[in-house]
Design a protein around this ligand. Structure first.
Ligand code: PLP
Length: 431
């Protein structure tokens, strides 16, 4: 069966609201290190890692062997109603690394479920259904997480069942706070929070959910320290802070292990997913015992923290720490980011190269404006593929190229991908 046949069958049976990347959708059949191979036998350098998920790289022996060892036991029997050794071990490590005192960990299968659990905990703890969320955010595809997603393309906001009040993200490119320097943007974002609390909410508010760097939103982030400034106000009202670390966790940003650390504050709840399973379904929520124990009914999960996923998770975390992948993200990310900044300086179609560590984005605009140019972005995206490089697309207006390669990316691979991307940008602007 060809990929074309597969695509026809896909279209006939899967929902049309599930988008596929590329004009000619791509079927990947194999992977090794930072490279993946399609059904036609073509190999690509992978700068997206299945949306920042293949964090350690493809087919890494240590991860594969840990999973195979678990499979060889014959035990894929699951459910949190039984003691699962790998789950306990992984929870201990994550609790220790989380920075949250007296932490408890609840495992889920996806980032969506992790945020869903965090919202359940926070609303029960605070006995309130009012939630603060941030514009341009993405938190998942379920009833509640879509309700706190501030990105029209990904949320059914017209049908929002939740009581949500929206905060400014503190971004600098466009909107009310554009052109302010970082300190003024922190002040303005805090003023915005106070105003929203005073005018858009009534009575108790449960929580604020926010991404330290907005992932799907195009790697947009407010100034460092913003969460700490917000938290001061939140603490005056007893409102909990949930840091959605689904994209920013595990050292991806290079400078810190968690995105929240750039903000000089510890959240009450932290959610994680994507990279920790390196492709196996593994996610969860961490919180202070006093908060996480707020779920009123007993609860369990059939698949959350199952033996196979947590075998992978332990191996991924050990690999990540043993090989200082956070340090590699900082080092190799600087080569990629600095190279990209240098190569695009003076291009009036590039509004900004931004991001941290190995979480880097380029935003495309019409000349001399901040008006998004999604068509140019699509050309760049397709040209990268033609050149043998997989990247991601994103942003509120679909005009951002995103890169989130495995954290094992080498300097040579960074330079190789950079050359393909820069050629793609130049050719697409001239086209
Ligand atoms: N939160 C953030 C910040 C995300 O980027 C995503 C997915 O992209 C999610 C939550 C949802 O995670 P999942 O797709 O595993 O449900």
């Amino acid at each position: 069966m060809t990929s074309d046949d597969l695509l026809a069958r896909h279209r006939a049976v899967l929902p049309s609201w599930m988008p596929l990347y590329y004009a000619e959708p791509l079927e990947l059949v194999a992977g090794s290190g930072r490279r993946v191979t399609d059904a036609a036998g073509r190999t690509y350098l992978d700068f997206f890692g299945g949306v920042l998920t293949t964090m350690v790289g493809h087919d890494i022996p240590e991860i594969r062997e840990a999973v195979e060892r678990q499979l060889r036991t014959g035990l894929v029997h699951t459910s949190t109603l039984y003691l699962i050794r790998r789950q306990v071990e992984l929870a201990e490590k994550i609790a220790r690394l989380s920075g949250i005192p007296d932490a408890r960990v609840f495992f889920t299968n996806s980032g969506t479920e992790a945020n869903e659990a965090a919202l359940l905990v926070a609303t029960n703890h605070r006995r309130s259904h009012q939630i603060l969320a941030v514009r341009n955010s993405y938190h998942g595809r379920s009833y509640a997480t879509m309700g706190v997603t501030g990105n029209r393309g990904w949320s059914a906001s017209a049908l929002n069942p939740l009581q949500v009040a929206w905060l400014h993200s503190g971004e600098r490119l466009r909107g009310l706070l554009a052109r302010l320097d970082a300190a003024d943007r922190v002040d303005a974002a805090v003023e915005d929070l106070r105003e929203v609390l005073a005018t858009q909410t009534a009575g108790e508010v449960a929580c604020l959910i926010a991404e330290p760097v907005q992932g799907v939103g195009g790697f947009v982030h407010g100034p460092d320290g913003l969460f700490a400034a917000w938290k001061k106000v939140l603490d005056e009202h007893g409102i909990l802070l949930i840091s959605d670390e689904v994209q920013t966790g595990w050292g991806r940003t290079g400078e810190h292990f968690w995105g929240y650390q750039a903000h000089g504050v510890t959240p009450d709840l932290l959610t994680f997913a994507k990279g920790i399973g390196n492709g196996f379904a593994l996610a969860g929520v961490v919180g202070r015992a006093e908060v996480l124990e707020s779920v009123p009914a007993i609860s369990f999960s059939t698949f959350g923290g199952n033996p196979v996923s947590t075998a992978a998770g332990n191996a991924v975390l050990d690999y990540l720490l043993d090989h200082d992948l956070q340090g590699n993200a900082a080092r190799v990310g600087a080569i990629l980011g600095d190279g990209l900044r240098a190569a695009t300086a003076g291009l009036d179609r590039v509004a900004e190269v931004r991001g941290k560590g190995l979480m880097l984005a380029v935003e495309f605009v019409h000349p001399g404006t901040v008006e998004p140019d999604a068509a140019l972005t699509t050309r760049v995206f397709e040209a990268c593929r033609a050149g043998g490089l997989l990247v991601g697309k994103g942003g509120l207006y679909g005009n951002v190229i995103r890169m989130g390669p495995p954290l094992t990316l080498t300097e040579d691979e960074a330079r190789e991908g950079l050359a393909i991307l820069v050629d793609a940008i130049r050719a697409s602007i001239e086209a």
